[in-house]
Design a protein around this ligand. Structure first.
Ligand code: NAD
Ligand code: GLY
Length: 366
C-alpha cells in the first residue's frame, strides 16, 4: 500500500514516496536523500504539535544537527517578512551550502520553506514532507515556491524542485474537514483533467474517499501525483500544458478575493469555479450538458457542494481580470469539454458577464 512516483523536470529527477506510515521511516529516508550535517526543519505550530517531535527525533537519530523553525499556522506566514526571518535564522544557525531544509506541513510551509531554500545562499537543498491532502496531491510536487505580497497571493517566488517528497497518508487522519475539502477540489480537478479512467475510478470510490479510507486515499494521492509529474515534465515553467492546473481557479480565486479569504473554503471556491467553467464551455467550447451534470454529481458526492453566497457579478469579473492567465485585458480560462480534453482560451467579458449573471441568480440574497 505504498508507491513511488518519479518526477523529472529540467535539471531535477526525484521521487515522491507515498504511503501510510512513511513518517515512521522519515529519518533513514531523509538520510538517503542528503549527506547534510544540518537540517532546518520548518513547520507550523499545528503540525509541530502533531508530528514535530517525531520528525525532529528521527532526524537527530540519523546524526543530523536539527534546527527547528516553527511559524504560526495559516496563510499569513507565507510572507516576505517571514521568509526573511527564516533566512536570517538559517544564517545565525550556521546552515551551509551543503545542508538542507525540510518542509513539514501543508502548502503554506512547503511554499515558504521552499522559497527560503531557493534564495538562502542562492539555493540549498530542500525536501518536502507534505501533511495536508492539498500539499500531497499538488503543492509539494512541481517546484513552485513563493510568498504572498500585499498586492496578491504568490506574487514573489522561485522554481525550486525538491530533492524528494515524502507523503505519509496516515497523517491525513487529523486534517480538519475544510482542509480536507480544499485538497479534494484539487483531486476532482486532477481526475477531470487526467481523463475518463481516473474520473470513473473516482466516481466509483467517492464515498470511500469522503470517508478517508486509507488504501483508497493512498491510491488517490498516487494517481494525482502521477498526473502532476507528467504535466511538470512537459512544462515546468507553466508556458503551456501546466496551465491546465488552473482549471476552476479563475473564478475560484475571484470568489475568494471578493468574499474575503476564509468566507468560503478554497476547495469550495475551486469546485464552484469548475462548475462555472463547464457551463462556459458548453457555450464557447464543446462540453455537453451531460458532462456538466456528471461533474456536478462528482463534486456533490465528494462533499464539494455549491456555495450559497451571492457574489456581485461585476466585482467577480473585475477580480477575474487580475488572474495571471489574462492577456491584454482579456480573461483566459481553462475549459474542459470532456474528461482530459481541455484548452485555455480567451473568453470575452460579455460572455463571462452573462454566465456570472445566470450564476448569481441561483444564489442567496445579497
Ligand atoms: P496550509 O498549509 O495552511 O494547511 C492548512 C491547515 O492545516 C494549517 O492550519 C495546518 O497547520 C493544518 N495542518 C497541516 N497538516 C495537518 C494535519 N496532518 N493534521 C491537522 N492539521 C494539519 O494549507 P494548504 O491547503 O496545505 O496549502 C495552501 C497553500 O498552498 C496556499 O498558500 C497555496 O497558494 C499553496 N499552493 C501551492 C501550490 C504549489 O504548486 N506550490 C499549489 C497549490 C497551492
Ligand atoms: N498548482 C498549480 C501548479 O503547480 O502549477
Amino acid at each position: 500500500m505504498s508507491a513511488t512516483v518519479h518526477v523529472r523536470a529540467p535539471g531535477a529527477l526525484y521521487n515522491v514516496e507515498i504511503g501510510p506510515g512513511a513518517l515512521d521511516e522519515i529519518g533513514p529516508m531523509i538520510r538517503d536523500l542528503t549527506p547534510a550535517e544540518s537540517v532546518a526543519l520548518v513547520t507550523d505550530e499545528t503540525v509541530a504539535s502533531l508530528f514535530g517531535m517525531k520528525v525532529d527525533t528521527a532526524l537527530a537519530r540519523e546524526g543530523f544537527r536539527v534546527l527547528s523553525l516553527t511559524v504560526p499556522a495559516g496563510e499569513q506566514s507565507k510572507s516576505w517578512a517571514v521568509a526573511g526571518d527564516l533566512c536570517e535564522t538559517l544564517a545565525a544557525g550556521g546552515v551551509s551550502r551543503t545542508d538542507a531544509v525540510v518542509a513539514l506541513g501543508g502548502g503554506v510551509v512547503g511554499d515558504l520553506a521552499g522559497f527560503a531554500a531557493a534564495v538562502y545562499l542562492r539555493g540549498i537543498d530542500f525536501i518536502q514532507v507534505p501533511t495536508t491532502l492539498l500539499a500531497m496531491v499538488d503543492s509539494s510536487v512541481g517546484g513552485k515556491t513563493g510568498v504572498d505580497l500585499r498586492a496578491g497571493k504568490n506574487l514573489a517566488g522561485a522554481f525550486k524542485q525538491p530533492l524528494g517528497v515524502i507523503a505519509d497518508t496516515a497523517a491525513l487522519a487529523t486534517l480538519p474537514e475544510d482542509e480536507w475539502l480544499s485538497g479534494l477540489a484539487e483531486v476532482a480537478k486532477t481526475a477531470v483533467l487526467d481523463g475518463e479512467e481516473f474520473m470513473s475510478w473516482l466516481e466509483a470510490r467517492a464515498e470511500q474517499v469522503a470517508a478517508r479510507d486509507e488504501a483508497v486515499v493512498t491510491e488517490l494521492v498516487e494517481r494525482c501525483v502521477r498526473f502532476k509529474a507528467d504535466v511538470v515534465a512537459r512544462d515546468e515553467k507553466e508556458e503551456g500544458p501546466r496551465e491546465c492546473l488552473n482549471y476552476g481557479h479563475t473564478l475560484g480565486h475571484a470568489i475568494e478575493k471578493v468574499l474575503g479569504y476564509g468566507a468560503v473554503t478554497h476547495g469550495q471556491a475551486v469546485a464552484e469555479g469548475m462548475r462555472f467553467a463547464s457551463r462556459v464551455s458548453v457555450q464557447v467550447g464543446a462540453a455537453s450538458t451531460e458532462f456538466v451534470r456528471r461533474q456536478d454529481r462528482l463534486l456533490d458526492v465528494l462533499g464539494l457542494t455549491s456555495i450559497e453566497e451571492r457574489v456581485e457579478p461585476s466585482a467577480v469579473l473585475e477580480a477575474m481580470h487580475v488572474d495571471k492567465k489574462s492577456r491584454s485585458g482579456v480573461v483566459r480560462m481553462v475549459l474542459v469539454d470532456s474528461p482530459s480534453s481541455w484548452h485555455c482560451v480567451p473568453v470575452q467579458d460579455v460572455t463571462i458577464s452573462a454566465h456570472l449573471d445566470a450564476w448569481a441568480s441561483t444564489k442567496g440574497g445579497e
